[in-house]
Design a protein around this ligand. Structure first.
Ligand code: URA
Length: 250
């Protein structure tokens, strides 16, 4: 069993002891689930096509991203003052993971730890996200690129506002076009609504395959919401299975 699998088994066991069997399918113990997952074919990791993100399609017409390559887009984001969130941030949180990864995960906005470290999803929700990805054979080191709809922390972790999302949208559009993932996963309402272009709540949006500019897209609950509502774990698990099918097919 790998370190990630052991961590997952421990986590599942802890949740079960706390009375939450939600994420473990009926009839399985956490260890059995991990064994089952280990025998499931993990989706291939990095695309390995050798294409530099800088060489991929231009972003003409986008007022933020313009013709920028990946590094230039990142530099533009790091110096961005397009909205009020620039005033309160410690760091811009651009992305983490592999820019050649087949899966791109899009979250909402950085929290306090992310603002401090400059990396997305490094708090408790991020740990759960890593475990969920590990459960389906994916990791941010090898196969996943992670970013947020909004790159700067909103004060006191309030919801990002429409004008802040709009100000940041060119960066996300640029990231998607330059990373060119095979599959997209939006976690939480803000990412799900931005990526699908729909305004329904996440509970109504999840469970379906969408496309963002031709890229297959699944949306699910935000891991922070899963920590507060363990009853949604099962639904998230179903969404991850959908995601795996798309990755296997891509
Ligand atoms: N929640 C998010 O949506 N993104 C992060 O980076 C951290 C927490």
């Amino acid at each position: 069993m790998t370190g990630a699998a052991r961590a997952l088994a421990t986590y599942l066991d802890q949740r079960r002891r706390m009375g939450d069997p939600g994420i473990v399918p009926e009839g399985f113990g956490p260890g059995e689930l991990v064994e089952l997952l280990a025998t499931r074919r993990a989706p291939a990791g990095a695309r390995g096509d050798g294409a530099s993100p800088d060489s991929i399609a231009s972003l003409s017409g986008d007022p933020v991203a313009g013709e920028a390559g990946y590094e230039e887009l990142r530099r533009m984001a790091l110096g961005c003052t397009r909205c009020r969130l620039a005033e309160g941030r410690t760091q811009v949180v651009f992305a983490d993971g592999n820019p050649k990864g087949r899966l791109m995960v899009v979250g909402e906005a950085p929290g306090a730890r992310e603002d401090r470290t400059g990396l997305p999803f490094v708090g408790p929700a991020g740990k759960l996200l890593d475990l969920l990805l590990a459960a389906v054979g994916l990791s941010r080191r090898d196969s996943v690129y992670i970013c947020n709809v909004v790159k700067c922390r909103p004060p006191r972790n309030r919801n990002p506002r429409a004008d802040e999302i709009e100000a940041c949208a060119g960066f996300l559009r640029g990231q998607i076009r330059l990373v060119a993932p095979s599959v997209l996963l939006g976690v939480g309402t803000f990412a799900a609504q931005w990526l699908t272009g729909q305004s329904r709540p996440i509970g109504k949006l999840r469970g379906t395959v969408y496309r963002y500019e031709g890229v297959p897209l699944v949306v699910t609950y935000h891991p922070a919401a899963l920590l507060r509502n363990p009853g949604w774990n099962r639904l998230c698990w179903d969404d991850l299975q959908l995601l795996c099918e798309l990755i296997d097919r891509s």
